[in-house]
Write a protein of this length. Structure first.
Length: 159
């Protein structure tokens, strides 16, 4: 969460500083961590599930903060979860296909009026690939402790 809040994503990476843009950046980081946990197999499934549960709870809190009423929360959370799952699946397929596919997945994740330039999408695609490689060196213990070191932003979140 802290990494996704860094201003560098909305300044240098040119992600729109909107609810949708922030959701995209958060999902990109969630994807990188989930991708790493999947490499551990069964031993990391509990941690991956805890992360997914925390993400859902955080999304519910955000929806309440922006004024979604109690009766609308379950429907909105399901919508957010479906959009997130769709992007995570698209990124998993895209990562195996290369930067162009990751660029397409990132670009398609935002509404048409907020789409990133090709250069901005390419910068994010490179960042995602660098992050995947960096997390390959992280232990599951470090991931569980939240001690994740993401690369290349020249900006570090607070511990």
């Amino acid at each position: 969460m802290a990494q996704a809040r860094l201003p560098v994503f909305y300044q240098r990476f040119e992600v729109p500083d909107t609810l949708e843009g922030r959701f995209l950046v958060l999902l990109l980081h969630l994807f990188v961590v989930h991708h790493r946990l999947k490499a551990e197999g069964q031993s990391a499934l509990d941690l991956a599930q805890d992360l997914a549960d925390r993400f859902s709870a955080d999304m519910e809190t955000v929806l309440r903060e922006i004024g979604v009423g109690d009766l609308g929360i379950p429907k909105k959370v399901r919508g957010v979860a479906a959009a997130g799952a769709s992007l995570l699946e698209a990124l998993e397929r895209a990562l195996a296909s290369g930067d162009e596919a990751v660029v397409a997945a990132v670009t398609g994740a935002l509404p048409a009026d907020q789409r990133l330039s090709e250069a901005a999408s390419l910068r994010l695609a490179h960042y995602v690939r660098r992050s995947v490689r960096a997390l390959e060196a992280e232990s599951v213990t470090a991931l569980a402790a939240g001690a994740i070191r993401f690369p290349g932003t020249n900006d570090r979140p607070e511990a």
